[in-house]
Design a protein around this ligand. Structure first.
Ligand code: NDP
Length: 294
């Protein structure tokens, strides 16, 4: 299949690598050297413009920070929309927002099909090809998208119409954010009181407080003091913002999500755009005057 892939960031790159192994792939990236490097290392062609990446492709995949960048990418004579061939399928793997995706689907209606298909599982899941993919589109479009998404996805779920994938993803990441903050606060208090961080995490993981954060993120990043950069805190902040807007839209009071959003926005301002999401715990440590290691 001829596929165009736009957005070779931390997660987009390993996703595109899987497609390069089995499809005829053209890649585009804003920083053009990244696309050129990718094409040199993998079986793929680098396009000079979004239009060129879409030209002749049956399926086009975008993976950018927010829906805003995806919508903007469509514009202009060298934009994505100018290159989309009639009958093509645009799959947006960005963790975007439902409203913008509905607007994009409407804009392309009758010419090009659209699905929102954000992913979960992190960079390691993308490398292993085991991502969970949350899809929003019509049923027949889902059947076209599924075999493409299977290149990097293991669990591929149809959640509902356009926007449903984004809503699901935003709620998932909002839960990650709430847990990350709460685990950081709890561990900081325990360590300050003299409990060993390693023992505290082992106890949590054998008890009802265990989670993805205590079983994976904390041992790998916090206890080890490694702090790898895989998923930017700025992107998690964006996801919580989408979840808050979704709760508002559905008229659900969500004070906990509101608070998580405020804490993340503050952390983003303090740590900057490049900081990894787990570094929120570093900030909690700094404020508490303690290190959670072990
Ligand atoms: P990165 O910040 O690593 O990469 C962002 C990509 O978008 C880069 O290719 C960047 O290009 C491009 N980009 C940024 N701004 C623009 C713009 N204005 N116009 C065109 N291209 C632009 O992000 P990730 O790869 O980590 O994330 C991508 C999406 O996937 C996000 O929505 C994120 O929330 C989601 N996600 C990320 C996960 C992760 O573990 N990293 C996990 C699950 C979902 P350039 O190279 O020029 O900077």
């Amino acid at each position: 299949m001829r596929i165009g892939f736009l957005g070779l960031g931390a997660i987009g790159t390993p996703m595109a690598r899987h497609l390069a192994k089995r499809d005829s792939l053209t890649v585009w990236n804003r920083t053009t050297e990244r696309a050129a490097d990718f094409a040199r290392l993998h079986r793929a062609r680098a396009a000079g413009t979004p239009r060129e990446a879409a030209a002749g492709a049956e399926v086009i995949i975008t993976c950018l920070p927010t829906s805003r960048e995806v919508e903007t990418l469509l514009d202009g004579p060298d934009g994505l929309e100018a290159g989309l061939q009639p009958g093509a399928l645009l799959i947006d793997c960005t963790s975007g927002d439902p409203g913008t995706s509905r607007r994009i689907a409407q804009r392309l209606r009758g010419r090009v099909s659209f699905a929102d298909a954000p992913v979960s599982g992190g960079v390691s899941g993308a490398e292993a090809g085991t991502l969970t993919v949350m899809v929003g589109c019509d049923a027949e479009i889902f059947e076209r998208a599924r075999p493409v998404l299977s290149a990097f996805g293991k669990r591929i779920e149809h959640l509902g119409p356009v926007g449903a994938g984004h809503a699901m993803k935003a709620i998932n990441n909002a839960l990650l954010a709430v847990n990350l903050i709460a685990v950081g606060e709890g561990l900081a208090a325990l360590v300050k009181a003299g409990v060993s961080a390693g023992t505290a995490v082992e106890v949590l993981n054998g008890s009802s407080g265990r989670s993805f954060v205590t079983e994976g993120l904390v041992p790998e990043r916090v206890l080890s003091g490694r702090w790898p950069q895989t998923f930017r805190l700025a992107l998690l902040d964006k996801d919580v913002g989408i979840a808050r807007a979704f709760a508002k839209e559905t008229q659900v009071e969500a004070p906990l999500l509101d608070l998580a959003g405020r804490i993340l926005a503050e952390a983003r301002a303090e740590l900057g755009e490049a900081a990894d999401h787990a570094e929120i715990i570093r900030l909690i440590e700094r404020r508490a005057g303690v290190e959670i290691r072990g």
